[in-house]
Write a protein that binds this ligand. Sequence first.
Ligand code: R7I
Ligand code: MG
Ligand code: MG
Length: 305
Amino acid sequence: MIPEPSAYSGCLLGLALGDALGAPFEGGVLERALWRLLGSTPQGLPRWTDDTRMSLDLAESLLACRALDPDELARRFAASYRWSRGYGPSTARLLQRIRQGEDWRIAAKAIHPQGSYGNGAAMRAPVVALHCPSDLATLVHITREQARVTHAHPLGVEGAVMIAVATQGALQHLPPADVISTVRQNLQEPKMLARVELAARWLMGGASQQAVIVRRELGNGIAAPDSCATAVYIALSHFDRSFEDLLTFVRAVRGDVDTISAMAGAIWGARHGVCALPVTPIEARDDILAMAQRLYVQAQHKGKV
Ligand code: R7I
Ligand code: MG
Ligand code: MG
């Protein structure tokens, strides 16, 4: 089943809103001070960060190539890189190397021998679910391939799988228990499994956890194992609450607020659709909505052939 166009807009705008509205709260005192200088467009709108930039790059690449082309994607990521978007340190170095002509297969393992386990491949993974909204096996395959371009470490790849599968479940209106169980079935890394299993137990138990417990048990850092299960839990446990409540909760969890809000916001937006999101203006809001509709048209066309 191809979801409604509104789910597409909700997912991509939920990601960008989470990113732009979460970015002022990311990290410690220094990061926040820097974002006070960088965090507005010339028109005074909240700016988004690397999370949304890489998601739009992935969307543009999938639309242009009609499939995943890792070489084209690597070139696009590198061309879009701007330090002022707050990229992770290893990803910033990697993209500069690709821009200088290095093959991404070599660059991706030059900084960390197994590749990065940051959450940078997971934060853009909702776009893969929009490209592939109903076929789970293909979703997992494409998600892994797009992750390896910048985050070859098994934990970086598996974080992306977690977010893509959760987004597809939300697009398909699966109940939270089914979403988390499908996520669980597609993981192998013990570190990821342990956190998803805990999140599943919390969701089945029904009682909401406090932010301080979520931070301690599921994490709030920039490594994929410290933020992906956190985002999935927050999204699913807020399905019957508002998007604003979700953002407030992520702020209380602290840490990588832009990315946890972006990932949770995409899953929540996929489930509830664009009309449930705040009308807050952010950088390039209309372009994001137009991109979501192009992804919808492509998925609808693919579904018919
Ligand atoms: O994953 P990435 O692109 O982005 C992470 C965060 C997001 O919150 C963005 O919003 C942005 O704020 O940054 O960033 P990477 O630089 O690939 O990974 C993040 C960090 O994880 C690295 O800078 C390292 O400190 C650490 N890291 C590793 N450390 C040791 N060994 C990632 N992989 C390794 C590793 O293999
Ligand atoms: Mg960011
Ligand atoms: Mg971040």
